[in-house]
Ligand binder design. Sequence first.
Ligand code: SF4
Length: 281
Amino acid sequence: MRALKELPPDVKAALRGARDSETDPTGRVLLDIMAENIAVAERDTNLVCQDTGTVVFWLEVGEDCALNLAKVTAAVSAGIARATLEHSLRPNAVHPVTRQNTHTNTGRHLPVMHYEFVTGSAEIPGDALKLHCLPKGSGSENMSFLKMLIPADGVQGVKRFILECVVEAGPKPCPPTVVGVGLGGTSDLCTALAKKAVLRPLGSHSDDPVIAALEDELFAAANELGIGPMGLGGSNTVLGVHIEHADTHITQNPVAVNLQCWAARRSSALVTPDGHVTYGF
Ligand code: SF4
């Protein structure tokens, strides 16, 4: 519920920065409306957007974490069902053929759960678990793309595909967007990495300098497209381009793009063995 009602500070700062730099008068009006939307949601403890999305969780599991992940997964699912009922959230989860609604925002393979094992760090102690919640609205999730490039396509092919995705998406993902990119790996890993990229705070960069430079180049290029806030024209089409990469096969170079709307919702919870929970974004 925190994720749905309060945007992370980095997202709010990026939207304020976009408002200050926007060259199009209509774009400025739309960014003002987004700021008002955020303020009203915080003031009234209400939803930032009516589409509470498909719930995606990314779990960073410390290498010495003793928690039972099957029970954690069951608890996450129970929490989503409880939130849906107690807060009257729109039930979004349906069967893909019959369209029968589960009414809980959970179901077969929902919520989407990703697990990653991490070595201990100042941010995540080795015996801790960090859960990242990503409510993913359908307007932006429908703007997801995968292309199995080959090495001969080169980095130019990677750049072209990412920018073509932003153009094809146009107004549909409610820009300005966060562009999550997965690069390398296999088709499934690449797509998951694109989702992980969306979770990164705005202003962060890849720890690989080659990839970080590509993020900056694509950020500047995407904002030259003129799509603008809500696709009505302007100089702010994207708030950031984040790339998560993996090594890949000698004959492959898959690229996945996952767009996140201006309502870039996310929240986190760090659970330590003493039972303490630290909430964040
Ligand atoms: S894409 Fe985002 S802002 Fe647009 S309707 Fe969906 S959740 Fe809301």
